[in-house]
Design a protein around this ligand. Structure first.
Ligand SMILES: C[S@@+](CC[C@H](N)C(=O)[O-])C[C@H]1O[C@@H](n2cnc3c(N)ncnc32)[C@H](O)[C@@H]1O
Length: 271
Protein backbone atom coordinates (compact mmCIF):
# COMPACT_ATOMS: atom_id res chain seq x y z
CA UNK A 1 0.00 0.00 0.00
CA UNK A 2 1.19 3.57 -0.59
CA UNK A 3 -0.50 6.84 0.19
CA UNK A 4 -2.20 6.99 -3.22
CA UNK A 5 -5.19 5.28 -1.54
CA UNK A 6 -5.89 8.58 0.22
CA UNK A 7 -7.83 11.36 -1.48
CA UNK A 8 -7.63 15.16 -1.27
CA UNK A 9 -7.14 16.52 2.23
CA UNK A 10 -6.59 13.00 3.61
CA UNK A 11 -3.19 13.01 1.87
CA UNK A 12 -2.03 15.79 4.16
CA UNK A 13 -1.59 13.26 6.97
CA UNK A 14 1.34 11.70 5.12
CA UNK A 15 3.98 14.50 5.33
CA UNK A 16 3.18 15.00 9.03
CA UNK A 17 3.51 11.30 9.74
CA UNK A 18 6.76 11.17 7.75
CA UNK A 19 8.14 14.08 9.79
CA UNK A 20 7.33 12.19 13.00
CA UNK A 21 8.88 9.00 11.61
CA UNK A 22 12.10 10.81 10.65
CA UNK A 23 12.29 12.64 13.99
CA UNK A 24 12.45 9.24 15.63
CA UNK A 25 15.78 8.63 13.87
CA UNK A 26 17.45 11.68 15.40
CA UNK A 27 19.95 10.84 18.15
CA UNK A 28 17.86 13.01 20.50
CA UNK A 29 14.35 13.10 18.98
CA UNK A 30 11.71 15.73 19.73
CA UNK A 31 8.79 13.30 19.91
CA UNK A 32 10.46 9.87 19.77
CA UNK A 33 7.38 8.26 18.21
CA UNK A 34 8.07 4.66 17.16
CA UNK A 35 4.41 4.19 16.08
CA UNK A 36 4.93 6.91 13.45
CA UNK A 37 7.83 4.99 11.92
CA UNK A 38 5.83 1.76 11.77
CA UNK A 39 2.66 3.40 10.39
CA UNK A 40 4.62 5.43 7.80
CA UNK A 41 6.36 2.28 6.56
CA UNK A 42 2.97 0.59 6.13
CA UNK A 43 1.46 3.63 4.42
CA UNK A 44 4.33 4.21 2.00
CA UNK A 45 7.09 1.58 2.22
CA UNK A 46 9.53 3.62 0.09
CA UNK A 47 8.91 6.94 1.84
CA UNK A 48 12.54 7.49 2.83
CA UNK A 49 14.14 6.23 -0.36
CA UNK A 50 13.05 9.07 -2.67
CA UNK A 51 14.75 12.42 -3.31
CA UNK A 52 14.61 14.49 -0.08
CA UNK A 53 13.00 11.43 1.52
CA UNK A 54 15.02 11.89 4.72
CA UNK A 55 14.93 15.70 4.83
CA UNK A 56 14.20 16.96 8.36
CA UNK A 57 12.40 20.08 7.07
CA UNK A 58 9.15 18.71 8.47
CA UNK A 59 10.51 18.99 12.02
CA UNK A 60 8.45 22.14 12.71
CA UNK A 61 5.35 19.94 12.51
CA UNK A 62 6.95 17.63 15.09
CA UNK A 63 7.42 20.61 17.41
CA UNK A 64 3.71 21.33 16.91
CA UNK A 65 2.86 17.75 17.87
CA UNK A 66 5.04 18.03 20.99
CA UNK A 67 3.26 21.22 22.07
CA UNK A 68 -0.12 19.52 21.64
CA UNK A 69 1.12 16.49 23.63
CA UNK A 70 2.50 18.62 26.47
CA UNK A 71 -0.65 20.74 26.69
CA UNK A 72 -2.86 17.63 26.61
CA UNK A 73 -0.77 15.96 29.35
CA UNK A 74 -1.09 18.98 31.62
CA UNK A 75 -4.87 19.20 31.01
CA UNK A 76 -5.28 15.50 31.82
CA UNK A 77 -3.14 15.81 34.95
CA UNK A 78 -5.65 18.38 36.21
CA UNK A 79 -8.73 16.59 34.83
CA UNK A 80 -8.19 12.81 35.11
CA UNK A 81 -11.93 12.28 34.46
CA UNK A 82 -11.83 14.07 31.09
CA UNK A 83 -13.14 13.10 27.69
CA UNK A 84 -10.64 13.75 24.87
CA UNK A 85 -11.78 14.62 21.35
CA UNK A 86 -8.77 14.21 19.05
CA UNK A 87 -10.12 15.57 15.77
CA UNK A 88 -8.54 14.99 12.35
CA UNK A 89 -6.31 12.42 14.06
CA UNK A 90 -4.90 10.98 10.83
CA UNK A 91 -2.45 8.22 11.74
CA UNK A 92 -1.08 10.08 14.72
CA UNK A 93 -0.43 7.94 17.81
CA UNK A 94 -1.13 10.63 20.42
CA UNK A 95 -3.20 8.34 22.63
CA UNK A 96 -0.26 5.92 22.88
CA UNK A 97 2.33 8.65 23.44
CA UNK A 98 0.25 10.21 26.20
CA UNK A 99 -1.05 6.90 27.55
CA UNK A 100 -3.84 8.46 29.66
CA UNK A 101 -5.18 6.74 32.78
CA UNK A 102 -8.24 4.45 32.49
CA UNK A 103 -10.40 7.26 33.92
CA UNK A 104 -10.02 9.17 30.63
CA UNK A 105 -12.20 8.32 27.62
CA UNK A 106 -10.40 9.11 24.38
CA UNK A 107 -12.08 9.58 20.97
CA UNK A 108 -10.04 9.73 17.75
CA UNK A 109 -12.00 11.12 14.79
CA UNK A 110 -11.20 11.32 11.09
CA UNK A 111 -12.86 10.36 7.80
CA UNK A 112 -14.09 6.72 7.62
CA UNK A 113 -11.28 5.74 5.17
CA UNK A 114 -8.64 7.00 7.59
CA UNK A 115 -10.30 5.20 10.48
CA UNK A 116 -10.08 2.00 8.45
CA UNK A 117 -6.36 2.59 7.86
CA UNK A 118 -5.81 3.25 11.56
CA UNK A 119 -7.44 -0.05 12.38
CA UNK A 120 -4.94 -1.78 10.09
CA UNK A 121 -1.83 0.12 11.17
CA UNK A 122 -2.27 0.92 14.86
CA UNK A 123 -3.47 -1.18 17.81
CA UNK A 124 -6.60 -0.42 19.81
CA UNK A 125 -6.83 0.02 23.57
CA UNK A 126 -9.33 0.29 26.41
CA UNK A 127 -11.33 3.49 26.88
CA UNK A 128 -10.54 4.39 23.28
CA UNK A 129 -13.05 4.86 20.43
CA UNK A 130 -12.50 5.57 16.76
CA UNK A 131 -15.15 7.65 14.99
CA UNK A 132 -15.27 7.69 11.19
CA UNK A 133 -16.99 10.94 10.26
CA UNK A 134 -16.37 14.36 8.87
CA UNK A 135 -15.77 16.63 11.82
CA UNK A 136 -18.19 19.12 10.29
CA UNK A 137 -21.16 16.74 10.60
CA UNK A 138 -21.69 17.45 14.27
CA UNK A 139 -23.96 14.43 14.85
CA UNK A 140 -20.79 12.61 16.02
CA UNK A 141 -21.01 14.75 19.18
CA UNK A 142 -24.12 12.75 20.17
CA UNK A 143 -21.83 9.73 20.75
CA UNK A 144 -19.69 11.50 23.35
CA UNK A 145 -20.48 11.18 27.09
CA UNK A 146 -21.55 14.51 28.60
CA UNK A 147 -21.20 16.06 32.02
CA UNK A 148 -17.40 15.69 32.19
CA UNK A 149 -14.55 18.09 31.33
CA UNK A 150 -13.62 17.84 27.66
CA UNK A 151 -10.33 18.38 25.85
CA UNK A 152 -10.47 19.07 22.10
CA UNK A 153 -7.16 18.58 20.31
CA UNK A 154 -6.90 19.31 16.59
CA UNK A 155 -3.42 19.16 15.08
CA UNK A 156 -3.15 20.27 11.45
CA UNK A 157 -6.94 20.20 10.95
CA UNK A 158 -8.37 23.69 11.38
CA UNK A 159 -6.93 25.30 8.19
CA UNK A 160 -8.90 22.73 6.16
CA UNK A 161 -12.23 23.82 7.68
CA UNK A 162 -14.18 26.91 6.69
CA UNK A 163 -14.47 29.62 9.31
CA UNK A 164 -18.21 28.90 9.56
CA UNK A 165 -17.56 25.19 10.22
CA UNK A 166 -14.88 25.98 12.79
CA UNK A 167 -17.23 28.35 14.57
CA UNK A 168 -20.02 25.74 14.68
CA UNK A 169 -17.53 23.16 15.99
CA UNK A 170 -16.09 25.32 18.76
CA UNK A 171 -19.40 26.76 19.93
CA UNK A 172 -21.00 23.30 19.67
CA UNK A 173 -18.34 21.86 22.00
CA UNK A 174 -18.60 24.72 24.50
CA UNK A 175 -22.39 24.31 24.56
CA UNK A 176 -22.17 20.53 25.03
CA UNK A 177 -19.77 20.31 28.02
CA UNK A 178 -19.60 21.91 31.47
CA UNK A 179 -15.91 22.89 31.12
CA UNK A 180 -12.92 22.13 29.00
CA UNK A 181 -9.80 22.94 27.03
CA UNK A 182 -9.55 23.52 23.29
CA UNK A 183 -6.21 23.40 21.51
CA UNK A 184 -5.49 23.64 17.79
CA UNK A 185 -3.28 25.32 15.23
CA UNK A 186 -4.25 27.83 12.60
CA UNK A 187 -2.49 29.53 9.72
CA UNK A 188 -2.09 33.25 9.04
CA UNK A 189 -4.43 34.93 6.56
CA UNK A 190 -1.62 35.24 3.97
CA UNK A 191 -0.88 31.51 4.23
CA UNK A 192 -4.58 30.72 3.73
CA UNK A 193 -4.90 33.09 0.75
CA UNK A 194 -1.80 31.76 -1.01
CA UNK A 195 -2.48 28.10 -0.24
CA UNK A 196 -4.12 27.53 -3.62
CA UNK A 197 -0.66 28.01 -5.17
CA UNK A 198 1.19 25.85 -2.62
CA UNK A 199 2.78 23.08 -4.72
CA UNK A 200 2.28 20.35 -2.11
CA UNK A 201 -1.36 21.19 -1.44
CA UNK A 202 -1.98 21.48 -5.20
CA UNK A 203 -0.54 18.02 -5.70
CA UNK A 204 -2.89 16.73 -3.01
CA UNK A 205 -5.82 18.55 -4.63
CA UNK A 206 -6.63 20.58 -1.54
CA UNK A 207 -6.12 24.03 -0.05
CA UNK A 208 -6.71 25.89 3.20
CA UNK A 209 -10.17 27.29 3.84
CA UNK A 210 -9.51 29.65 6.73
CA UNK A 211 -6.74 31.69 8.33
CA UNK A 212 -6.46 34.12 11.24
CA UNK A 213 -3.99 36.87 12.09
CA UNK A 214 -5.35 37.16 15.62
CA UNK A 215 -6.47 33.65 16.64
CA UNK A 216 -6.92 34.80 20.27
CA UNK A 217 -9.94 36.78 19.04
CA UNK A 218 -11.80 33.52 18.35
CA UNK A 219 -12.62 33.54 22.08
CA UNK A 220 -15.25 36.14 21.17
CA UNK A 221 -17.26 33.43 19.44
CA UNK A 222 -18.70 32.27 22.77
CA UNK A 223 -19.11 34.16 26.07
CA UNK A 224 -17.65 31.19 28.05
CA UNK A 225 -14.60 30.80 25.83
CA UNK A 226 -11.32 32.30 27.01
CA UNK A 227 -7.96 32.48 25.24
CA UNK A 228 -5.13 30.93 27.30
CA UNK A 229 -1.87 31.17 25.36
CA UNK A 230 0.15 30.42 22.24
CA UNK A 231 3.31 28.38 21.63
CA UNK A 232 6.00 29.02 19.01
CA UNK A 233 6.53 26.64 16.11
CA UNK A 234 8.81 27.75 13.23
CA UNK A 235 11.07 29.71 15.60
CA UNK A 236 10.62 27.43 18.59
CA UNK A 237 13.67 27.12 20.87
CA UNK A 238 13.03 23.36 20.88
CA UNK A 239 13.35 23.24 17.08
CA UNK A 240 16.55 25.28 17.21
CA UNK A 241 17.95 23.02 19.95
CA UNK A 242 17.13 19.67 18.37
CA UNK A 243 17.17 20.11 14.57
CA UNK A 244 20.29 19.04 12.68
CA UNK A 245 22.52 22.04 11.83
CA UNK A 246 21.53 22.24 8.14
CA UNK A 247 17.78 22.18 8.99
CA UNK A 248 18.33 24.81 11.67
CA UNK A 249 20.07 27.08 9.19
CA UNK A 250 17.18 26.79 6.72
CA UNK A 251 14.61 27.66 9.42
CA UNK A 252 16.71 30.66 10.56
CA UNK A 253 16.73 31.96 6.96
CA UNK A 254 13.02 31.22 6.38
CA UNK A 255 12.10 33.00 9.62
CA UNK A 256 13.72 36.18 8.28
CA UNK A 257 10.92 36.35 5.71
CA UNK A 258 8.11 38.59 6.98
CA UNK A 259 5.22 36.60 8.44
CA UNK A 260 7.02 33.25 8.27
CA UNK A 261 7.74 32.72 11.98
CA UNK A 262 4.02 33.16 12.71
CA UNK A 263 2.67 31.49 9.57
CA UNK A 264 1.26 28.75 11.83
CA UNK A 265 0.01 29.57 15.34
CA UNK A 266 -0.54 26.94 18.04
CA UNK A 267 -3.17 28.20 20.45
CA UNK A 268 -5.24 27.01 23.39
CA UNK A 269 -8.46 28.15 25.00
CA UNK A 270 -10.51 27.12 28.02
CA UNK A 271 -14.10 27.42 29.13
C1 LIG B 1 -2.47 17.51 8.19
S1 LIG B 1 -3.36 16.05 8.56
C2 LIG B 1 -3.02 15.93 10.30
C3 LIG B 1 -3.20 14.54 10.82
C4 LIG B 1 -2.85 14.38 12.31
N1 LIG B 1 -3.62 15.27 13.13
C5 LIG B 1 -1.38 14.62 12.53
O1 LIG B 1 -1.02 15.73 12.98
O2 LIG B 1 -0.59 13.72 12.24
C6 LIG B 1 -5.06 16.58 8.53
C7 LIG B 1 -6.04 15.49 8.89
O3 LIG B 1 -7.33 16.09 9.03
C8 LIG B 1 -8.27 15.22 8.44
N2 LIG B 1 -9.43 16.03 8.04
C9 LIG B 1 -9.45 17.11 7.24
N3 LIG B 1 -10.71 17.58 7.12
C10 LIG B 1 -11.49 16.78 7.88
C11 LIG B 1 -12.87 16.74 8.17
N4 LIG B 1 -13.72 17.61 7.65
N5 LIG B 1 -13.33 15.75 8.98
C12 LIG B 1 -12.48 14.84 9.54
N6 LIG B 1 -11.15 14.84 9.29
C13 LIG B 1 -10.66 15.79 8.48
C14 LIG B 1 -7.55 14.60 7.26
O4 LIG B 1 -8.17 13.41 6.82
C15 LIG B 1 -6.17 14.38 7.86
O5 LIG B 1 -6.06 13.15 8.52
Amino acid sequence: MNDTGLVGVQKTLSPVLRAKALDNRLPDPILGDTWAEQAMRRLDPGYDRRRFGTSQLGLAAVVRAKVHDDWARSFLAEHPDAVVLHLGCGLDARVFRIDPPATVDWFDLDYPDIVELRQQFLPSREHYTLIGSSVTDLTWLDRIPRGRPVLMVAEGLVPYLTEADLRRLLTGIVEAFPSGGIQFDTVAVWAWRTSKWDPTLRRYGTQFHCGFDDPAALAQWHPRLEFVDEAPMNDSPLLMAKAPANTRRIFRLLNLLPGMARSTRIVRFRF
